[in-house]
Design a protein around this ligand. Structure first.
Ligand code: NAP
Length: 403
């Protein structure tokens, strides 16, 4: 049974105004206060059909005049009580996470005529929204902020009918053809699920870290390294990522100082040897960063030598944190195959080991984690999901209809 395929699904209950975006852009100026997690979310509430929202089509107190029957049918309401607004909704594709991978998957899926819902618990755009300028995503001659880039992706996905739902998914039923998602006390069903929950850099959790992120503190040399031409930067960590990224930074910075908590690196020997040979690299051993100082941007690092307990101040222009990356895999059951660090194994079609479930972007076991690779993954995952749905159309009619 076709669940509203081809029907434009985005229900815009309040028109997006020019002001909405402008306000957000103002918040993204480098010297403004850091944007709170809610900034995009507040706007989303204007255009996202949330089951329990006062704007929701499911709220009996609200009668959307412009809502057509066609729009309503798209949701295939399976059960509904006005008392607690309990509803069940069905989509062809549910995308978990609205970073670049999820957004690209949404564009491809919705444009392919599949009813598509994207769940995001926090901020549409994911990690990249904290990057002030993205200058290596093809198609943008001038740098674009991560926030603006992903906002464009969201608008593009919405234009094709993708629905954005601001809810945290609390459970996923992966058994059978028809997948079940629980979010915000509601149950949603999908023929296919694309997991785009991403990864997050391990934080140091020291004073100044959060406040100065995007203001000299960074977790991505590939993204931000070029801003430190002829500057002094420090990198914390002793693994492959820290050393490789530090080497990358020597292309721009005049000095790159590795701060490591032990007296030997964890990185592979060949990588270490290259680093030791590089005249721009310096090493501070047995030392941890206990505080990041700076008013409007980073000024210096407060270091403690773990052997002597001496405290010193290190003036820097930039500080890159590479103390490991953590997959956002809390949702995934043990049935999804993960590598030892918790990233999802997929094949080149983004299949996980569970039929109908795909993974894309940083959550994947992958050699490069960039916006361009995430969007590529998302496109492939949506294409694979579409093939899966077409191939199993007859079975879905039985399996999904019964649930
Ligand atoms: P990693 O190997 O886990 O290294 C993390 C580093 O950060 C370690 O040196 C660790 O110190 C240090 N660290 C951890 N917590 C810290 C804290 N709170 N304060 C200060 N330092 C802290 O992580 P990674 O470098 O991101 O690499 C992740 C995985 O990807 C690894 O398996 C790595 O081999 C792989 N990788 C491979 C390549 C490549 O093959 N080219 C490139 C990048 C990454 P200790 O050493 O004292 O524990």
């Amino acid at each position: 049974m076709d669940q509203g395929r081809g029907v434009p699904g985005a229900i815009i209950l309040a028109p997006r105004t020019k002001n909405t975006r402008t306000q957000n852009q103002e918040l993204r100026t480098p010297h403004s206060e850091p944007r709170t997690k809610n900034t995009r979310t507040q706007n989303q509430e204007l255009r996202t059909p949330r089951p329990n929202s006062p704007f929701s089509i499911f709220n009996s107190q609200f009668t959307p005049i412009s809502l057509s029957l066609t729009n309503l049918c798209m949701f295939q309401i399976l059960s509904y009580t006005t008392k607690n607004f309990e509803v069940n909704m069905r989509y062809d594709v549910i995308i978990v996470g609205a970073g670049p991978a999820g957004l690209a998957a949404a564009i491809y899926s919705a444009r392919g005529g599949l009813t598509t819902a994207v769940f995001e618990k926090a901020m549409v755009g994911g990690q990249i929204t904290v990057t002030e300028e993205v200058e290596n995503y093809p198609g943008f001659e001038e740098p674009i902020s991560g926030f603006e880039l992903t906002a464009k992706m969201q608008a593009q996905a919405e234009r094709f009918g993708a629905v954005f739902i601001e809810e945290e998914i609390t459970a996923m039923g992966m058994e059978g053809l028809c997948k079940v998602i629980e979010a915000g006390g509601q149950y949603y069903r999908a023929k296919s699920v694309i997991i785009c929950t991403g990864a997050h850099p391990r934080r140091m959790n020291v004073p100044g870290e959060e406040r100065l992120t995007g203001r000299g503190v960074s977790y991505c040399a590939t993204c931000d390294g070029a801003f430190y031409r002829d500057k002094v930067v420090a990198v914390v960590g002793g693994g492959d990522s820290a050393i490789e990224e530090a080497m990358f930074l020597t292309r721009f910075a005049k000095k790159v100082i590795i701060i490591h908590r032990r007296d030997e690196l964890r990185a592979q020997k060949i990588i270490q040897e290259r680093a030791f040979r590089n005249p721009k690299m310096e090493f501070i051993w047995d030392t941890v960063v206990q505080k990041i100082h700076g008013e409007t941007r980073i000024e210096k690092l407060e270091l403690v030598n773990r052997k002597t307990t001496d405290i010193t101040m290190l003036p820097v222009d930039g500080f890159f944190i590479y103390i490991g990356i953590l997959p956002s895999n809390q949702l995934l059951e043990s049935r999804i195959n993960l590598d030892s660090a918790g990233f999802v194994y997929t094949d080149e079609y983004m299949h996980t080991n569970i039929p109908g479930i795909y993974a894309a972007g940083d959550i994947r076991y992958t050699p490069l984690r960039q916006v361009v690779t995430a969007t590529s993954d998302g496109a492939i995952a949506a294409w694979s999901a579409e093939k899966w749905i077409i191939e199993n159309e007859d079975e879905f009619e039985v399996d999904c209809a019964e649930q």
